[in-house]
Design a protein around this ligand. Structure first.
Ligand code: PMP
Length: 444
């Protein structure tokens, strides 16, 4: 707090016009948020001139770090000929082809404004295709902020029900009660219980949406057998399997589905696909995506005259800046770059685990590829319910202590490495985690 008087002052001022002083609720942490002003590579600078190594990179959206020169150039060139145009332009084709070539389950793809929208359209597609009304998601799964998926993301312990049969718990006030009944929750990484729940609701289930690695829910990788079993059950019951790869696309050129060897019907994407600009995308099997195609008429608004079954709108969807930044990022993030990135992630998880071995507080590092999460107070993390053991007070103290040492992760412990992360950065981080843990134990 002593290091950030300007951020504190800004917080007090901005909170007069923006609730909680932050546009994203998750950025409104106590005692007050730190406001970042600029970034280059892995290093960001706050309002008070403090610098940090940013291991969060806007919640994993910036695999090349800040202000990558190629992206900056691509954006500047594009700005000169317009940011968004009334009709689609050719850049969309390039990014679509690039993604379809990398992710074999994607025959066709549509871009959206955000990951939230990608999930919204993907689930609507599944409902239209199957003519069913309900969707299933994993407990702890995060899929953006619409009513139908803002359920059992972080359920209150006393409301969540049995570990093998989790209840559908709305995350906040204002979520449509009728919708809560249409979102069925399955326990992540629990094959038997998940299969039984899907069977019990199969006649009304349009889709099962899963993150191959729970992201917001603690960077917990699925067991391969779990994903494979869910694929089989969905086939058996006629349920559309959606993989939400908004975070996990970065772990292999073809995303987590390539890493696991399990093929979904629809994939949702976001974050890295936009190279630091707003984006989302959903793509999949041609027969599903065909619901978005015109059926011979001229008026796309009128289904009777041959418009598509599903209509997709969005004024800034597919805007030229997001597409340009996305093409640049995804081209640079080729197989070799991903291998390198994953090796750094592996090194970070190993280094932190070694660095905290002797400290008095348990700390578990989860993750995969270039992604990680630090969990304070728990010794083993395999299912979402394992996170109930987290020492929430110390978890937040760790976040603050790391900030004070110049390292940024998410308040809940999530982080990632980027192509500009160096071995020294990783050593620095492991040391900072060790020192922070010792610090906060002294304080408690
Ligand atoms: N799905 C997953 C797996 C995510 O992690 C996120 C965002 N963190 C979303 C969907 C929503 O994406 P957006 O924030 O772009 O709406």
């Amino acid at each position: 707090e002593q290091r950030t008087p300007r951020s504190r002052k800004h917080f007090e001022e901005v909170a007069q016009v923006i609730p909680a002083g932050a546009t994203r609720s998750l950025n409104a942490w106590p005692p007050h948020p730190v406001y970042l002003e600029s970034g280059a590579g892995m290093v960001v600078t706050d309002l008070d001139g403090n610098t940090y190594h940013d291991f969060l990179a806007n919640y994993t959206a910036l695999p090349l770090g800040y202000a990558d020169p190629d992206i900056t150039r691509a954006l500047a060139e594009q700005v000169a000929s317009g940011t968004v145009h009334s009709f689609s332009r050719t850049g969309e084709r390039e990014l679509a082809e690039l993604l379809a070539a990398r992710v074999p389950s994607v025959d066709k793809i549509r871009f959206t404004g955000s990951g939230t929208e990608a999930v919204m359209f993907a689930l609507r597609l599944a409902k239209a295709y199957t003519r069913r009304t309900a969707v299933a998601k994993a407990e702890g799964g995060y899929h953006g902020t619409t009513d139908e998926v803002m359920i059992s993301v972080r359920p209150a312990a006393n409301l969540a029900g049995d570990a093998h049969a989790p209840r559908s718990v709305p995350e906040m006030a204002g979520i449509d009660e009728s919708r809560v009944r249409e979102t069925i929750v399955v326990p992540f990484n629990d094959i038997e219980s998940s299969a039984a729940i899907l069977r019990a609701h199969s006649d009304r289930l349009a889709a099962l949406i899963l993150e191959p690695v729970l992201g917001v829910g603690g960077m917990i990788p699925a067991d391969r057998e779990y994903l494979a079993a869910m694929r089989e059950v969905c086939d058996e019951l006629g349920i559309v399997l959606v993989f939400d790869e908004v975070i996990t696309l970065r772990i292999a050129p073809g995303g987590a589905q390539e890493h696991y060897g399990v093929v979904p019907d629809i994939t949702t994407m976001g974050k890295i696909v936009g190279g630091g600009m707003p984006i989302g995308a959903y793509g999949g099997r041609a027969d599903l995506m065909a619901l978005l195609e015109p059926r011979g008429g001229t008026d796309v608004y009128d289904a009777r005259s041959g418009g598509p079954v599903l209509y997709q709108g969005g004024t800034f969807t597919g805007n030229a800046l997001s597409i340009r930044a996305g093409i640049t990022t995804m081209s640079k993030l080729d197989a070799a770059a991903i291998t390198d990135l994953n090796a750094k992630g592996e090194l970070l998880r190993r280094s932190v685990t070694e660095a905290v071995a002797g400290t008095p507080v348990a700390l578990t590092v989860t993750g995969i590829g270039s992604l990680f999460n630090l969990h304070v107070g728990v010794k083993k993390v395999h299912t979402f319910r394992d996170l109930r053991g987290i020492d929430a007070a110390r978890q937040h103290q760790l976040f603050i202590a790391l900030l004070n040492r110049g390292a940024i992760i998410a308040p809940r412990g999530m982080g990632c490495v980027s192509t500009c992360t160096t071995t020294e950065d990783i050593e620095f981080f492991a040391r900072a985690v060790n020192e922070s843990l010792i610090d906060i134990t002294g304080e408690c």
